[in-house]
Design a protein around this ligand. Structure first.
Ligand code: KIV
Length: 335
């Protein structure tokens, strides 16, 4: 469709204009447009966090729509108790690694605490770095305070796609008094919906709803034209997001996980699998079972072993020479 027509029809559901959303090609890059089509078709949007190359490859290969480089990295990767300490430079390093691993998902980088609240100029500069140096497609920011909504507006006006985040916004634990669900009173529930509407108004293309009761999430989802992505917000959202480590059961509570969110379903017990593998490795090394012949791939020819042993003898290293001879026999003879 011509751009002008697209602008003219921007408030008309795409199904009216095109005769229905187009079917998605599973290998095609996810874009704002394909997400919008999915939303219009009533198909749930999937989002999962990733922080490095392997997690990005896995999220991407699983066909997840949005790969979020969340500032939850502070907790699940760096081991802090909150998301506050992670720096922009640390986030950029995570973003670059994720961008090398994910080729299909829409890549969204979280703006860390302290990198966008001071002024619109600071917010735009940070968002630009996340796209230019972090190779992300869009940014996410936590917004309830007017300065944060102003930041979202400025970033959108600078031509960068933004996801807002309301409800429990972990960067605001100082004023929220900890990791507390929001929207549990009338005032708080209204504030969640109002903030989500304000973020839509300034141009966000989606809003994350974190830890709010299902009726509040349902109301926000119905009130907004843009998709809501829930986490601990029940099923009445346009999509869902979970933290990679939580979803996979990577960090086993109470030994490693600092917080195991009540709302998180563990789709795997990867932490147990890793622990089992590491224990087996340790045992096999201790028992001198690993590495065996099949994991000792580099060979030296029979003639070269003999020559090597002669050299060792000349150097007065007869013990080393007999160690080489024993190893050569132990590895199933010489080549
Ligand atoms: O940082 C993060 O992982 C997030 C998700 C919980 C939405 O913001």
């Amino acid at each position: 469709m011509h751009c002008l027509a697209r602008r003219l029809f921007s408030n008309v559901p795409e199904s009216t204009v095109y005769g229905g959303p187009k079917p998605q090609n599973p290998n095609q890059r996810v874009t704002l447009n394909s997400l919008r089509q999915k939303h219009l078709a009533g198909e749930p949007i999937t989002m999962v966090t990733a922080y490095d190359y392997p997690s990005a490859v896995q999220v991407d290969t699983a066909g997840i729509d949005i790969c979020l480089v969340g500032d939850s990295a502070a907790m699940v990767v760096h081991g802090y108790d909150t998301t506050l300490p992670i720096t922009l430079d640390e986030m950029l390093s995570h973003c670059r690694a994720v961008a090398r691993g994910a080729t299909r998902s829409l890549l969204v980088g979280d703006l860390p605490f302290g990198s966008y609240e001071s002024s619109s100029a600071q917010a735009v500069d940070t968002a630009v770095r996340v796209l230019k140096e972090g190779n992300m497609d869009a940014i996410k920011l936590e917004g309830a305070a007017p300065s944060r909504i102003g930041a979202a507006r400025a970033i959108v006006e600078a031509g960068i796609a933004v996801i807002g985040h309301v409800g429990l916004t972990p960067q605001a634990i100082s004023v929220l008094g900890g990791f507390r669900p929001q929207g549990k009173t009338i005032n708080s529930a209204v504030k969640v919906v109002e903030t989500a509407l304000a973020l839509q108004e300034v141009g966000c293309f989606s809003v994350v709803l974190e830890c709010v009761p299902a009726p509040v999430a349902a109301a926000a989802t119905a009130a907004l034209q843009i998709p809501t992505i829930g986490i601990g917000a029940g099923p009445y959202c346009s999509g869902q997001v979970l933290v990679y480590h939580d979803l996979l059961g990577m960090l086993q509570h109470p030994h490693h996980a600092k917080v195991t969110p009540k709302f998180c379903k563990q789709y795997g017990h990867v932490g147990e699998a890793i622990n089992k593998a590491l224990s087996e490795y340790k045992q096999e090394v201790q028992d001198k079972v690993f590495p065996g012949v099949s994991h000792t791939p580099y060979k030296i020819s029979e003639g070269d072993v003999d020559g090597f042993m002669n050299e060792l003898q000349k150097m007065g290293l007869s013990e080393a020479a007999s160690a080489a001879a024993t190893a050569s026999k132990g590895m199933g003879g010489r080549e």
